[in-house]
Design a protein around this ligand. Structure first.
Ligand code: NDP
Length: 450
């Protein structure tokens, strides 16, 4: 019988790893966790949390503007980037401390260093310590990838954007996914001139087409220079700035270029491949419904698995793994409906199928409403909200709900509950409206537009 130092050793102190370690320890397992950077992972340190704080910062521009019609005189508004960044940093440090102390309070042995897998039961730390462990959980997340073009090294990614010591006057953002669109909105709202370049036909590939078109139009209306079917081919130094050359030969001078061109699972140099763990071509780890890899003692959760790269999914799957392995309760990785929000300006929320996906499965009814939100009546502005509901013609089940506008993220979180329960259009119709709200549209759209 082999003696193990740990029942579980977790590599990575982000959302998934921390949750799994904490719950496993609470179930009585002896748990070690190594994190080479900061506790909290991408979400807390350089993702969702600082991003949302910056979205709030940016949204005051709208509030100042709207306030005039309601009688306010706000004078000249100025924005202090340094103050935002240092306040944001203080909040991130506070959260990081909570993550760390939750781990130690739960009895997890934490190692602030890099760890690699030596074999199916052996972990080696960068300081040379070697541990034998019964199970290993890989929760190393992912990191940004940048295109292979001349001068790409002058660019920044979502890792660096949060720590710039000065607000860029002009920035080019490459990509059309969540991160590119969210940062285009944040920086534009704060007064930076934003040139967004996306190689495809419309931003936010994979989302419902009405959302994509609505968000793109609104972003342009708000001042983002969004260029579609356009890419950058070269970046060069130009004094204090950068000269970027596009695929049509055009050049622009900017302070920074940010690549938001996707993320790659962090498995390089981790020793998993050598241990026999099956990886996909893009480096992500193949896991089954129990988060188990092809090596029975090694498990993985979070972005490193190539499942939906979303914090709540990593947390849920980390918790499920710990309950299954150490809590005598078999819980599979989450496979249900996932609502998600894109914190663009205006923000978008989406749950369930897109219209295109639903049409592939059968006949559908489309309910759609675009309207000026009430705040615009006195606040001014022409930006409209969009609500869209996709309903199966056969059984009247609501298959997808897509919203653009203020509060969209909060709304889809709640819509995800009836959707998961299999609600029909009639269930929505039978629900009394809350007036005056934007969300009441969801229960008052009576006539299909298609
Ligand atoms: P995405 O995969 O969403 O988007 C990457 C974008 O970069 C796409 O528009 C893609 O184009 C483009 N691209 C990829 N390679 C190149 C290239 N070589 N040259 C030019 N363009 C390129 O990645 P993100 O980095 O935006 O986000 C990563 C993940 O993080 C998301 O999938 C999401 O799960 C998560 N996330 C979630 C958020 C939220 O919930 N609000 C916020 C931020 C991130 P194409 O479409 O043509 O492939």
């Amino acid at each position: 019988m082999t003696n193990f130092d740990f029942d579980l050793f977790v590599i990575g102190g982000g959302s998934g790893g921390v949750r799994a370690a904490r719950i496993a320890s609470q179930h009585g397992a002896k748990v070690g966790l190594a994190e080479e950077f900061r506790y909290g992972g991408t979400c807390v340190i350089r993702g969702c949390v600082p991003k949302k704080l910056m979205v709030y910062a940016s949204s005051f521009a709208d509030a100042f503007e709207d306030s005039h019609g309601f009688g306010w005189n706000t004078g000249e508004n100025t924005f202090d980037w340094g103050r935002l960044i240092s306040n944001k940093d203080a909040e991130i440090s506070r959260l990081e401390n909570i993550y760390r102390s939750n781990l130690t309070k739960a009895g997890v042995n934490v190692f602030p260093t890099r760890a690699i897998v030596r074999d199916a039961h052996t972990i080696e730390l960068a300081d040379g310590q070697v541990f034998r462990t019964k199970h290993i959980l890989i929760a190393t997340g992912g990191s940004p990838v940048v295109p292979d073009i001349p001068g790409a090294e002058y660019g920044i990614t979502s890792n660096e954007i949060f720590d710039l010591d000065r607000q860029p006057g002009r920035i080019a953002i490459v990509g059309g996914g969540y991160i590119a669109c969210e940062f285009a909105g944040i920086l534009n709202g704060l007064g930076t001139h934003v040139l967004q370049l996306y190689r495809g036909e419309q931003i936010l590939r994979g989302f419902d087409d009405d959302i994509r078109n609505h968000v793109a139009d609104a972003m342009r209306e708000r001042g983002v220079s969004l260029e579609l079917q356009r890419d950058v081919v070269r970046v060069e130094k130009d004094g204090d700035g950068l000269k970027i050359t596009l695929d049509n030969g055009e050049t622009h001078v900017v302070d920074h270029i940010m690549f938001a061109t996707g993320r790659r699972a962090s498995t390089d140099g981790l020793g998993v491949k050598e241990t026999g763990v099956k990886l996909r071509e893009n480096g992500s780890i193949v896991v089954d419904e129990w988060s188990q890899t092809s090596v029975p003692s090694i498990f993985a959760v979070g972005d490193v698995t190539g499942r939906a790269a979303l914090t709540p999914v990593a947390i849920r799957d980390g918790h499920a793994f710990a309950d299954t392995m150490f809590g005598n309760r078999g819980v599979r990785a989450y496979e249900g409906v996932i609502a998600t929000a894109i914190f663009t300006q205006p923000e978008a929320g989406t749950v369930g199928m897109t219209e295109a996906e639903a049409r592939e499965q059968g006949e559908v009814e489309i309910y759609r409403s675009t309207f000026r939100p009430m705040i615009a009546t006195l606040g001014g502005g022409s930006e409209k909200m969009l609500m869209k509901m996709i309903v199966s013609k056969t059984d009247q089940k609501v298959l997808g709900v897509h919203i653009v506008g203020h509060g969209a993220a909060e709304m889809v979180q709640l819509i995800a509950i009836p959707m998961r329960m299999g609600a029909t259009k009639a269930d929505f119709d039978a629900t009394m409206a809350v007036h005056p709200t934007a969300a009441e549209e969801l229960v008052t759209m009576r006539v299909p537009v298609e």
